[in-house]
Design a protein around this ligand. Structure first.
Ligand code: BYC
Length: 337
């Protein structure tokens, strides 16, 4: 099963600890009431241990996705076709790095250190979004990542701005503003290729859409009835909209954009359902999703290697920063003496 879920009670919690103190029951009741009232929970507030763990799990996976997500596009910085496109791409990739940092900081407020979080990533224990395990074969992939991957990301992330945990919700407000620029630049880049490009460039865009469409639908996670974390996350207001609902909203929003762009979405079963007032779409290959999440996608190994290499290459920076901090502390002590 592709889960590190923490929504089941551990032996300690089904044992003597299950008989909770009156004080703990009161704290729990107050917490539940605050969640029901739509209040933010802040870092120093009491929270159930499962709530804390669920947040650390989701926020750290999200942070890792941003950092790993820099790699597929970063691959094209040196090959961007014009100076303008290169400047845009550089800014976008830097934004993703910034998003990772806001999110690691939000996770740290829950009592897990950045070193612990990164160690989990580098040793393959932590997850990051399946989408970043696919290769960027042509320049059109960069536009399609902006349009579809960032488009799916925004659809998923706007509701997280209303997440019950304050530091995560506030980080998401800023992230969503930047993601919106990312999505637009991707669409604009593709529109340029489709309206002013050669036939070969138009074919390149269609090929990229064909390869990214289905993995983008997988970004929203497994179907609701196979999503082990959803029930508690929805109850606690960490998730506001379900995986399937978000996926449907994404398809509904994207069909018209594809038509305007002049590309075909690679799904023979895609058709408007008058009764549901939604687009029906074909079956997602959940076996592929499970394979990719389990580490067997086209680029899992390469992505992890690149992150570990970056960490190792940065050792001298960490050492220098620590040496500098020790020197400053020593100077401050001497001054105080
Ligand atoms: N890939 O019970 P479920 C970006 C895992 S960054 C891999 O539904 P949950 C961008 C899931 O973690 C995009 N794993 O889980 C960056 C769980 O495993 P564990 C990232 C996935 O948490 C740079 C298991 O499957 N966005 O867009 O309730 C450049 C069962 O799933 C995936 C976020 O992280 C997946 N696609 O719901 C450009 C947003 N889907 O942990 C763009 C925040 C599911 O139990 N995260 N799994 O072992 C979320 O909203 C939720 O965590 C999810 C999953 C909807 C993703």
């Amino acid at each position: 099963m592709y889960t590190q879920a923490m929504d089941s009670l551990s032996p300690a919690e089904t044992g003597p600890r299950a008989v909770r103190s009156l004080q703990e029951q009161e704290l729990q009741a107050r917490f539940d009431a605050r969640i029901d009232a739509g209040e933010f929970i802040e870092a120093k507030d009491w929270m159930p241990e499962h709530y804390r763990k669920t947040l650390v799990r989701q926020i750290s996976q999200h942070a890792h996705s941003e950092i790993v997500g820099m790699l597929p596009e970063g691959n094209w910085i040196t090959r961007a076709p014009t100076l303008k496109r290169k400047a845009i791409l550089l800014a976008k990739v830097q934004d993703e790095g910034g998003h990772g940092l806001y999110l690691y900081a939000a996770a740290e407020t829950l009592g897990t250190s950045r070193d612990q979080l990164l160690d989990a990533l580098h040793t393959g224990r932590a997850k990051y979004s399946s989408i970043f395990n696919y290769p960027t074969l042509t320049w059109a992939d960069v536009g399609v990542i902006g349009w579809l991957v960032d488009g799916a990301a925004i659809m998923n992330q706007v509701p997280i701005c209303r997440c019950s945990y304050g530091p995560y919700a506030r980080a998401m407000v800023r992230i969503c503003r930047e993601e919106s620029f990312h999505q637009r630049q991707g669409y604009e880049s593709l529109l340029t290729l489709m309206t002013r490009g050669t036939q070969a460039q138009k074919d390149m865009v269609q090929d990229a859409v064909n390869r990214w469409w289905w993995p983008c639908l997988m970004m929203f996670g497994p179907p609701d009835d196979q999503s082990p974390n959803s029930a508690l996350s929805m109850k606690w207001g960490i998730k506001r909209v379900s995986n399937d609902e978000l996926r449907q909203k994404f398809v509904d929003a994207t069909v018209d954009q594809a038509r305007l762009l002049g590309v075909t979405l690679p799904d023979a079963d895609l058709r408007w359902n008058e009764e549901r007032q939604h687009w029906d779409f074909g079956a997602i290959d959940w076996d592929e999703f499970k394979r990719v999440v389990a580490g067997h996608g086209p680029c899992n190994h390469e992505r992890l290697q690149a992150r570990v290499q970056a960490w190792d290459d940065g050792a001298w920076v960490r050492e220098a920063a620590l040496a500098y901090a020790a020197k400053q502390a020593q100077a401050a002590m001497q001054e105080a003496a």
